[in-house]
Design a binder for this molecule. Structure first.
Ligand SMILES: [Zn+2]
Length: 412
């Protein structure tokens, strides 16, 4: 075993063990009583259902992550990376096409292996709890659209990155960084108008009381209501949500039709206010800047490790190539990625508090924000008592009781 084997293997196992530990702790804290705050909106039967939902999903995740770890270790130590390499090399294409084939096949294999799990999650678990609205036809068309999109958008970028590392010398990482940054900004910019509508219908808010109230609120915080849309989330799930996307002239707030259906107008205003809060506090731009910096670090490290013989030895490869280097570096990067994702989740939770604060301060009654959060949690069967360690690793949003507590604190 060389040093790379040791690093990657321990990172994979540590990642696995920490997540399992978090899951088990989460199951343990689940059995608590219905929190006082929720007594008015939950009956004990529904609350039990929400605990069941967390339990079922946790078990599912435990099986999925064990399966994934087994598959990757089997493929690795059975010499799968080398075997696939000898196949694609046998096709005698230029290095870029060979690389596209190698990485493309690996991505496809992974997608195929995760397919049964995604089918089970949608058509068995979500179905059982009454969330699923996805028909098999929608499921298949989503798959095909996703595949086509990653070919069209991901293929050319990957070809470009491979070409830079193949031909551009020591500054390849810099060119890659620059190109990927521009590409990412371009995608972010076109996503609201060109990509997301492939999957969902975006309708401008209809005339009526809701629109009038939203306009009045939007005016009070100087936000253009032309950027608020209702999307047909009900095509796939009865869960409800809202999100902010894009920047500049292409920004959009999307309210799920399921959300509009289930909430009172003041609650919808509060939810919208929260989303506008993300925009006003510049969270979108902040996210973009951080990922650009992160990519720079990643490409720089990639350039250092990409042709280290030891890294290739760790995967039983006898020939060094740029494309396999991409994959192996990706695995070597696991520990940094892990730490980075924890940091990003922390930042995101902080931002959620900020957006809540913005909403509480700008809507008529902060209590409507509390009501919106409660209804949202009840309807989506959110886990009301997640374990702190689970939150630390996985939550991009603070637990709902913490959010309510923070809003109440402001009211005082
Ligand atoms: Zn938010």
């Amino acid at each position: 075993m060389n040093v790379y084997t040791v690093i990657i293997l321990s990172a994979l196992i540590l990642d696995f063990v920490l997540n399992i530990a978090a899951d088990l702790l989460n199951l343990k804290t689940l059995s608590g009583e219905l929190p006082e705050e929720f007594k008015s909106v939950y009956d004990s039967e529904d609350y039990r259902r929400s605990q069941d939902y967390t339990r079922v999903n946790t078990r599912f995740r435990l099986i999925l992550s064990s399966f994934n770890l087994c598959v990757i270790l089997l493929f690795w130590f059975a010499g799968g990376f080398h075997y696939l390499d000898s196949i694609v090399r046998g096709w005698h294409m230029n290095p870029i096409l060979t690389g596209l084939a190698y990485i493309g096949i690996l991505i496809l294999l992974r997608a195929l292996l995760s397919l049964p799990f995604s089918i089970y999650s949608t058509f068995v678990i979500e179905e059982r709890f009454g969330f699923n609205k996805t028909t098999p036809a929608t499921f298949i068309s989503d798959l095909l659209k996703g595949l086509a999109l990653s070919l069209v958008l991901g293929g050319p970028l990957l070809a470009g990155l491979l070409a830079f590392f193949q031909y551009a010398g020591v500054f390849a990482w810099l060119y890659c960084w620059l190109v990927t940054t521009l590409y990412m900004l371009f995608i972010q910019f076109i996503a609201p108008t060109w990509i997301l509508p492939i999957f969902n219908k975006f309708n401008p808010l209809e005339r009526g009381k809701l629109r009038d109230s939203i306009m009045a609120y939007a005016r009070s915080v100087h936000f253009s209501v032309a950027d608020v849309f209702v999307i047909d989330g009900s095509r796939r799930s009865s869960k409800s949500n809202a999100y902010f996307t894009g920047f500049g002239k292409n920004k959009r707030i999307a309210l799920y039709d399921t959300l509009v259906e289930r909430h009172t107008i003041p609650e919808l205003i509060a939810i919208l206010a929260h989303e506008i809060g993300h925009y006003k506090k510049k969270h979108i731009i902040q996210g973009i800047i951080i990922s650009i910096l992160h990519m720079g670090v990643m490409f720089f490290l990639l350039s250092i490790f990409i042709s280290h013989e030891g890294l290739f030895k760790a995967f039983f490869m006898d020939q060094i190539s740029i494309y396999a280097g991409f994959i192996f570096f990706g695995m070597l990067y696991t520990p940094i990625e892990f730490v980075f994702s924890i940091f990003m989740n922390m930042l995101s939770r902080y931002n959620e508090f900020q957006a809540d604060r913005f909403a509480s301060k700008t809507v008529e009654k902060p209590e409507t924000m509390v009501n919106a959060l409660k209804n949202l949690s009840v309807h989506n069967l959110t886990n009301l008592r997640p374990h702190a360690f689970y939150v630390f690793l996985n939550y991009s949003h603070p637990p709902v009781l913490k959010r309510i507590e923070a809003i109440r604190y402001l009211e005082k």
